[in-house]
Design a protein around this ligand. Structure first.
Ligand SMILES: Cc1cc2nc3c(=O)[nH]c(=O)nc-3n(C[C@H](O)[C@H](O)[C@H](O)COP(=O)(O)O)c2cc1C
Length: 208
């Protein structure tokens, strides 16, 4: 079982990536193969100018074709998800998520834009023909703390018990859904070089 983890925040140290890393740790302990990608890894010019032929984009499409499921994490930006992530989605083929299970995660400054998950992120996953979209998790910044509340981002993050519980439920649902689906993925040719050990959160380490 191979899963692609897509970080949608442009921030190098990111709360949505804390959630993504929690899911990554959970699923890799179950023995899945992981591919990790961040929107900030892509050539910005290719994204802004919608360069469908850029090697980064072609490579990403090949990676997507090879996975059973996708976990995508994004912050809320202006009641939606960041434009960089939209620019990437815009460059994907119409059926890029066909036959795949998708787990969406969002973080935000407050609960005011709770519906961004259902009315902003999920519709685009649907347009890309995701086979099944798990309900997903929306967390506020206050529910993800770094060790020092004064803002020291170098210490390990702590996710509130409520969010961890919702994450666990969603991960189980995601895992079950991926296990249910028939094996349809294509082999990934450059497989070993794509798998990174703990790439999502190099700056903040493991979750307490
Ligand atoms: C440009 C920008 C726009 C934002 N817009 C919203 C918003 O509309 N609603 C909200 O609740 N939080 C908003 N936030 C706060 C972020 O969603 C929140 O801090 C999020 O956890 C950041 O995730 P990240 O650290 O993964 O980038 C915004 C932050 C930025 C930088």
């Amino acid at each position: 079982m191979r899963i692609l983890f897509l970080g949608g925040s442009p921030a190098p140290i990111s709360k949505s990536s804390v959630l993504l890393n929690y899911v990554y740790q959970w699923l890799t302990q179950e023995g899945i193969e992981a591919i990790t990608v961040r929107v900030s890894d892509f050539d910005a010019d290719a994204l802004i100018n919608a360069n469908f032929h850029h090697p980064d984009i072609k490579h990403f499409i090949t990676q997507l074709e090879s996975v059973d499921g996708v976990v995508v994490a994004a912050p809320v930006y202006k009641a939606s998800y960041p434009g960089g992530l939209k620019a990437l989605f815009d460059l994907l083929p119409e059926r890029a998520l066909e036959n795949k299970v998708v787990l969406p995660l969002m973080t935000a400054g407050s609960n005011s834009h709770l519906l961004a998950l259902d009315y902003s992120l999920k519709p685009v996953l649907g347009v890309l023909k995701a086979e099944e979209i798990i309900s997903g998790v929306y967390a506020c910044d206050s529910q993800i703390e770094y060790g020092n509340k004064a803002g020291d981002k170098t210490t390990e993050p702590t996710i509130s018990a409520e969010i961890r519980s919702r994450l666990d439920q969603n991960i189980r649902a995601f895992f079950r859904a991926v296990q249910r689906r028939p094996l349809q993925i294509k082999p990934l040719q450059t497989r070993s070089s794509e798998i990174k050990s703990s790439p999502l959160l190099s700056a903040v380490g493991e979750i307490k």
